[in-house]
Design a protein around this ligand. Structure first.
Ligand SMILES: [Zn+2]
Length: 361
């Protein structure tokens, strides 16, 4: 088989090879193929013209009307090549047309993979912040110190591991694996671990967060009811006392989130980010009726995946903004969150499971 006199030819007695995809993490693609999009550049994405400005084109703008979402290079290699040229980069031969001796690839062929973007990119932040909230606030009110709360959480995690017969488990988690115990607000919480350990901890922490929030609110409701009953018998200075008691019940000892637990919106967003990421993982585990992994995902699954990606990024951005207003170093956003949006978009073209770097789940 010859195409326009190019180097595409017969192989192995009639079979021929078509390069349709190139797996690799973003840093490899940018460094090896010398394309724009390195996370440290002013244009930190290879899939769209998002930038580091403070305009709506900023890569961390995850609002529904973010302009970079409709300016992606998917399916528009010509526009991408103009972007490459505008950034002063030479076009790598694999991106040149077949007629010009290349392979005719575009950004559509540089697949994002869940191991680097999700397991090792997003989950360290998501799980590290969740553990921080559980240990450095008073959600777990039965224990008074962060180290004591961590022990409580770890006991629950190991119980869940046994119940779920989890294959890839953390051997141990303590405060030092995601924060500085003596200066818990000094750095953004980030959990250290392997990709499979992260992924399988996600549904466990979601369950625990739900449970601890339920216990926390059940206790607060009981105390509020008792307080209301007492207030019926005494009417003096009750407004001031109620505010003081509520503050005492909800304060986050040793953190800047002194009023964090005073409302329900923050906790809801913590649970939302865990839930939407867990659902994303569950959906990419979709199998055909014979148990095989489908190369292409059904349209309905794709829409649900993209819904969970959008909802995750929206809820996480809310937490980030909340933290910034509070002057806290929490819920850090890094470029892999932006790449996650493109990974969701890529689900239209291929099941992310099929371009995962590790087959271990
Ligand atoms: Zn992008």
């Amino acid at each position: 088989m010859l195409v326009a006199g190019s180097r595409v030819g017969l192989l192995a007695g009639g079979f021929f090879l078509i390069v349709w995809g190139c797996k690799g993490d973003t840093e490899f693609h940018c460094n090896h193929f010398r394309i724009p999009g390195h996370w440290s550049s002013n244009f930190p994405c290879a899939d769209c013209p998002a930038d580091t400005s403070t305009s709506p084109m900023r890569w961390s703008n995850f609002k529904a009307d973010a302009p970079w979402k409709v300016l992606g290079f998917a399916g528009n290699t010509e526009r991408w090549l103009r972007h490459v040229a505008a950034r002063g980069k030479n076009v790598h031969i694999i991106f040149k047309a077949v007629a010009d001796g290349g392979l005719g690839l575009g950004t559509d062929h540089l697949f994002r993979d869940t191991l680097h973007i999700c397991c090792l990119g997003i989950l360290p932040h998501l799980l590290g912040n969740t553990l921080w909230v559980l240990c450095f606030t008073t959600i777990i009110s039965s224990v008074r110190t962060p180290a004591g709360r961590m022990n409580e959480v770890w006991e629950r995690i190991t119980d869940k591991y046994k119940q779920r017969q989890t294959g890839s488990q953390f051997n141990w988690i303590d405060l030092s694996t995601f924060a500085d115990e003596t200066r818990p607000n000094a750095e953004y919480p980030t959990l250290s671990g392997k990709g499979a350990e992260m992924r399988h901890l996600l549904p466990v922490l979601l369950t625990l967060a739900f449970r601890f929030y339920q216990l926390c609110y059940a206790k607060l409701n009981r105390e509020q009811n008792n307080k209301n009953n007492n207030n019926n018998n005494t009417t003096t200075a009750k407004t001031k006392t109620t505010k003081q008691q509520t503050r005492k019940q909800t304060e986050c000892q040793g953190s800047v989130f002194e009023d964090l637990m005073g409302g329900s919106e923050y906790e809801q967003h913590v649970q939302q980010v865990l839930y939407h990421m867990k659902e994303f993982y569950r959906l990419i585990d979709t199998t055909d009726s014979d148990g095989s992994i489908p190369f292409y995902l059904p349209e309905g699954i794709v829409k649900r995946l993209q819904h969970h990606v959008d909802e995750f990024l929206s809820a996480y951005s809310w937490l980030t903004s909340y933290s910034l207003r509070a002057g806290a170093r929490q819920w850090n956003i890094v470029p892999k969150f932006h790449y996650f949006w493109h990974l969701g978009d890529q689900c239209r073209l291929i099941n992310p499971k099929c371009v995962r770097h590790s087959t271990r789940t």
